[in-house]
Design a protein around this ligand. Structure first.
Ligand code: ADP
Ligand code: MG
Length: 252
């Protein structure tokens, strides 16, 4: 393999983040290989979202190093303008709330960012959008408005919108938490396919079954730190810490 192929997709090296006196992420290191799916689980308030947001610099770590597909961000370095845009563009993110533009059709929601961010023509962007909507099972919804879509459909549109910028890494922050279980399943099915297609994914989730089936690695966070890390088998079946055991027995 070439050096580039071996280079990890994401490196978090001793990330520290606090809000005022509240330490939210303590010295967390995590490396995600290309094509790897990492699930992050743990109690509410343990710093999962903050850690995820440090990857695409929605939050700036106080110290530590972030590297995404070889682009490094040093602590305190003024990453701005083109570098920041390039790093953000290589990382797609899907949130718990879908955040679609209500006054635009599904197709336009997926096309507009491609025009704005990648400078694609309308025709090019629409063609790519239709492909992606097909892929998430929503080709028939292209010309409707988000309000006419179920929550599960809206979240799948949000996934298509993120994929439309050709990211190298996809981050998911509890993408099914706002959905009824049935609708959550259709979103998880799309994520499963994405993983099978080789997308690098970091997924914060309460869906232990999804983590067990799809993740290559499971990370358990508590109080801003990594409590356990290993294969789903190791972590979910035989956690080594009492704290992780308690958390898992509460959610499984
Ligand atoms: P999780 O995703 O595991 O529930 P979060 O990363 O959202 O945890 O939050 C961890 C802690 O950081 C919580 O106590 C939360 O209230 C706090 N927090 C998160 N974002 C901010 C912020 N922007 N300002 C102040 N406190 C925050
Ligand atoms: Mg969260």
């Amino acid at each position: 393999m070439s050096a580039v192929a071996q280079e990890p997709a994401v490196v978090l090296d001793r990330i520290h983040k606090q809000f005022g006196d509240l330490v939210v992420v303590r010295d967390v290191s995590l490396t995600v290989a290309r094509g790897e799916v990492v699930a992050i689980i743990g109690p509410s308030g343990s710093g999962k979202s903050t850690l995820l947001r440090c990857i695409n610099l929605l939050e700036r770590a106080d110290s530590g190093r972030v590297e995404v597909v070889g682009r490094a961000v040093e602590p305190g370095a003024g990453v701005a303008g083109r570098d920041l845009a390039a790093l953000r563009r290589s990382v797609g993110m899907v949130f718990q709330s879908f955040n679609l533009f209500p006054h635009m059709t599904v197709l336009r929601n997926v096309s507009l960012p491609q025009e704005r961010v990648l400078g694609r023509s309308r025709a090019e962007a629409d063609a790519r959008s239709r492909q992606l909507l097909e892929r998430v099972g929503l080709a028939a919804k292209a010309d409707t408005y988000p309000s006419r879509c179920s929550g599960g459909q809206q979240q799948r549109v949000a996934i298509a919108r993120a994929l439309a910028l050709d990211p190298e890494v996809m981050l998911f922050d509890e993408p099914t938490s706002a959905l009824d279980p049935e609708l959550g399943l259709e979103v998880l099915a799309v994520m499963r396919e994405l993983a099978a297609d080789g997308m690098t994914m970091v997924v914060v989730t309460h869906e232990i079954h999804f983590a067990a089936d799809v993740a290559d690695r499971v990370v358990v966070m508590a109080d801003g730190a990594v409590l356990e890390e290993g294969t789903p088998e190791q972590v979910l079946r035989s956690p080594s810490t009492e704290r992780a055991r308690r958390f898992l027995s509460a959610v499984v």
